[in-house]
Design a protein around this ligand. Structure first.
Ligand SMILES: [Fe+2]
Length: 595
């Protein structure tokens, strides 16, 4: 049975193809259109999935859209009418927007794909999140919690799921919290207030939080009231997101927290305003964590299950995830590589397969690599024509060469196999570098990522030695598989892991098992043999404002436009002419005897 899942028209559109119960391809539209956060109907992603499987649209048994457009329309209409007359300016625009192509998805999909509208199905938004979280996790029974800004009406749901090997699957929702009461909207409101982009820059708020003190917690708690049944409600006097698209916070919010940050001015933590913004970030982060931990604790008591599957965009908050693992009572917490709306494409297709069609359960591959693959030979041809140093060699020799490059402080653009699905580079489209010095962090920021200095870089470490360098609790390695948890760097290693240690001593570490990305794992070992520390800085392979690279030509173009010294795709290594001439000696500041 061939089932295509689609998410679109909010942010980060995607398509995923499930054949006989197993995903075969999933990709975000932005990676193909090269338009960051592309929310358009994902024609390129759909084409990529169909091409990958070698099937035509008429061979699809179903196409599943990740939410119910009419229910969403109902929410927009109801909120618009309820907020009248304040909403009079925004209301016509919202109606026009919704009544455009968004409501008529059945017709849009069937006409784009040239297939019968009867084959077009719809899941609820949080059903898609729940399915993406539970059905891709290696657990047969788990509690499920989904948390985002909003889908149709639901903003948070709790429930459980059960899979029986080769048998039926159930996903139950116990209850939900509905718009406008939303943890995601609370966090996004602070994202906007702090001058960042809503739905995109929430992780910057998390990064900034480490520089602040939660001095404003009591103020944030005025915004969110906890109800006797363990849920919460926002005090809507402080918000405007439910009445207008122009601004998400009200003048009362500004009276409480002070003037918002001008997005065009950098945050200077040495000024009173800069510190105030960091304190606001720390305060909303703490309230978010406390609320999630409380909800997870209650869900653990209610279900008595050891496993929790977390879905929705809020599950990208690695600091909160680590606290849920530590404090909720769950022994294992699973977060998929794409917990946000893009991941709903896989969730919708799997939900349809298991629940609606009642197809038997399958264990799914436990990795994030569902996109198009790179071809190193094409890169070698183009780079040779441009006069760069090109080498092509088999695995062992290549890995050794790249380990030498990294140990000589060269920055490496690393492309390997199939593209990751989800926002994080997990070893197939990564920029890798030595993680030891502040100078390397600053060089990456200056020459490649051009981003705010308060944002930390992430490390990757082999599973076998992760606990030596990082304070990873029981169950933490699972959370760190897809970089979904933030854990302390061990104190004794912080001075030698400066580029990846955040100001509060933590890191959003990826713990890599050899089977998931064998070549990167081998590279970590080879690097460890040279420097004594098998840890690398791993940041996504893209420039600021651009999506993660997909094809080798995009990696090559990025390589040419920034300070990356060496580019690898498959078995091809390209060294920039300038980098070849300024090759520095292998790191000597690392005391191998000490490790
Ligand atoms: Fe969502």
């Amino acid at each position: 049975m061939n089932i295509l899942g689609i998410s679109a028209h909010y942010h980060d559109s995607a398509a995923a193809l499930v054949i006989d119960g197993v995903p075969v391809c999933a990709v975000q539209e932005e990676r193909l259109s090269r338009h960051k956060g592309d929310a358009a109907f994902p024609l390129l992603a759909i084409e990529s999935c169909l091409q990958h499987a070698g099937i035509e649209p008429d061979e699809l048994d179903a196409v599943v859209f990740y939410e119910r457009p009419m229910l969403k329309f109902d929410r927009i209409l109801t909120c618009g009418l309820r907020a009248f007359p304040q909403s009079w300016r925004a209301f016509p625009k919202a109606m026009k927007n919704s009544l455009g192509e968004k409501v008529w998805m059945r017709g849009i999909i069937s006409s784009h794909l040239g297939m019968s509208g009867r084959k077009v199905l719809f899941t609820e938004h949080h059903q898609s999140h729940a399915a993406a979280a539970f059905l891709t996790a290696p657990t047969s029974r788990a509690a499920i919690m989904t948390v985002d800004a909003v889908g149709e009406w639901t903003t948070l749901s709790v429930g459980d799921g059960e899979r029986v090997a080769n048998g039926p699957t159930t996903i139950k929702r116990f209850r939900d919290i509905r718009f406008p009461h939303s943890l995601g909207m609370l966090y996004s409101t602070f994202t906007a207030y702090l001058g960042f982009k809503v739905n995109e820059d929430e992780y910057k708020v998390m990064g900034l939080a480490a520089y602040g003190q939660p001095t404003q917690v009591e103020h944030v708690r005025k915004l969110i009231r906890h109800t006797p049944d363990g849920a919460f409600a926002l005090d809507l006097n402080y918000f405007e997101f439910h009445t207008t698209a122009q601004r998400s916070y009200s003048s009362r919010f500004v009276e409480l927290f002070g003037p918002p940050r001008n997005p065009y001015e950098p945050i200077d933590l040495d000024t009173a305003d800069g510190q105030r913004f960091a304190d606001c970030a720390a305060s909303v982060q703490q309230v978010l964590e406390d609320t999630l931990v409380g909800l997870a604790q209650a869900l653990h008591q209610e279900t008595g299950l050891p496993d929790l599957c977390l879905g929705g965009g809020v599950a990208l908050n690695g600091v909160a995830n680590a606290r849920i693992l530590a404090e909720s009572g769950f022994e294992r917490v699973f977060v998929p590589p794409a917990p946000g709306d893009a991941g709903c494409a896989i969730g919708a297709a799997l939900y349809c397969d298991r629940i609606w069609f009642g197809n038997p359960d399958h264990d799914l591959p436990d990795h994030p690599f569902w996109g198009p693959s790179v071809d190193g030979s094409e890169l070698a041809r183009v780079a040779r024509e441009d006069g760069h140093l090109v080498g092509e060699c088999h695995d062992g020799a290549l890995i050794n060469q790249i380990a030498d490059d990294l140990a000589a402080d060269h920055i490496v653009g690393w492309m390997e196999g199939a593209l990751e699905f989800g926002p994080r580079a997990l070893g197939h489209r990564s920029i890798l570098a030595a993680p030891h010095t502040i100078e390397m962090r600053d060089r990456l920021n200056r020459e490649i990522k051009y981003r705010e200095p308060f944002r930390p870089f992430a490390p990757v470490v082999p599973f076998e030695v992760a606990e030596r360098y990082f304070d990873i609790p029981s169950g933490g390695a699972r959370l760190a598989r897809f970089m979904s948890g933030v854990f302390p760097v061990r104190r004794e290693w912080r001075s030698r892991l400066q580029a990846i240690t955040h100001v509060d001593g933590t890191a959003r570490v990826q713990v890599l098992e050899p089977a998931m990305a064998p070549r990167l794992h081998a590279l970590l070992e080879a690097y460890g043999q040279r420097t004594g520390i098998p840890v690398l800085l791993n940041t996504s392979f893209n420039l600021a404002g651009e999506p993660i690279v997909n094809r080798e030509v995009e990696g090559y173009s990025t390589f040419l436009r920034c300070g990356i010294d060496v580019l690898v795709a498959g078995e091809t290594r390209v060294m920039k002419r300038k980098a070849a001439m300024t090759k520095t000696p292998v790191n000597t500041y690392l005391n191998k005897e000490a490790v």
